[in-house]
Design a protein around this ligand. Structure first.
Ligand code: PGA
Length: 252
């Protein structure tokens, strides 16, 4: 059975102004046209209108980096799913370790966000991953399984089969210290096994599981070729045209 469509998703974090963002994707469009991989750019909220307009007619899809689960109301500073959907957003990254660490996001909040994103007709990219201490204490599998189990409460098999999960060991994010192919594959395999337990073989075969944490032009190919890894959530290297182009075209 052939593997799932590989996804190369950029997570720009708090980088690039709206003008810089449009310039970047206008250049990226030509570089990645016709690629076999699915190309996604996860851009700051204020960059979404311009970027969504600029990528029209191309093979680049737009992701937001967060969302609130309520439809509307007194939530100062927040953005709803309907607002994102209207702009043409396809994916929303939720549960990134930076949001968990700096903004107090819990698994329960991530579960509510996943529900709202699916209800709005968009696709969540649900992040999970262990700290260095957790890895050293040997609780990586338990920790990641717990994060994903809670995030998926109440999500149906049909919905789960369309989801994207990103395994991002915290110790590998922005550190230049990539997990080895075997370490990344092992945890992505554990996540796929969990999906099999929670749902069935069919969902486990369809769901896409990305690896994130210091993915770059040099290591993407070997990581993405691992049986349980379906692409990458890429931070730093997604901000550079040549590096991101090479990651998208890792198999060229
Ligand atoms: P990095 O970030 O590629 O810069 O390590 C990955 C992420 O945080 O999604």
């Amino acid at each position: 059975m052939s593997k799932r469509v590989i996804m190369a998703a950029g997570n720009w974090k708090m980088n690039k102004t709206p003008k810089e963002a449009v310039e970047f994707v206008n250049s990226l469009k030509g570089l990645v046209a016709g690629s076999k991989s699915e190309v996604v750019v996860g851009v700051p909220f204020v960059c979404i209108p311009g970027v969504a307009e600029a990528v029209k007619g191309s093979n680049i899809k737009v992701a937001a980096q967060n969302v609130h689960w309520e439809a509307s109301g007194a939530y100062t500073g927040e953005v709803s799913c309907a607002m994102l959907k209207e702009l043409g957003v396809d994916y929303v990254i939720i549960g990134h370790s930076e949001r968990r660490e700096y903004f107090g996001e819990t698994n329960e909040m991530i579960n509510k966000k996943a529900r709202a994103i699916l209800d709005a007709g968009m696709t969540p990219i649900i992040c999970c991953g262990e700290s260095l201490t957790q890895r050293e204490q040997g609780v990586t599998a338990e920790h990641v399984r717990y994060q994903i189990k809670v995030a998926l409460l109440g999500i149906s098999a049909e919905e789960a089969s369309r989801l994207v999960i990103a395994y991002e060991p915290i110790w590998a994010i922005g550190t230049g210290k990539t997990a080895t192919n075997e370490q990344a594959e092992e945890v992505c395999g554990i996540i796929r096994q969990l999906i099999r337990e929670l749902y069935n073989d069919d969902v486990a075969e369809k769901i896409r599981i990305l690896y994130g944490g210091s993915v770059n032009a040099g290591n993407a190919k070997a990581l993405f070729e691992m049986p349980n890894i379906d692409g990458g959530l890429v931070g730093g290297a997604s901000l550079k045209l040549d590096a991101f182009e090479q990651i998208v075209k890792h198999d060229a």
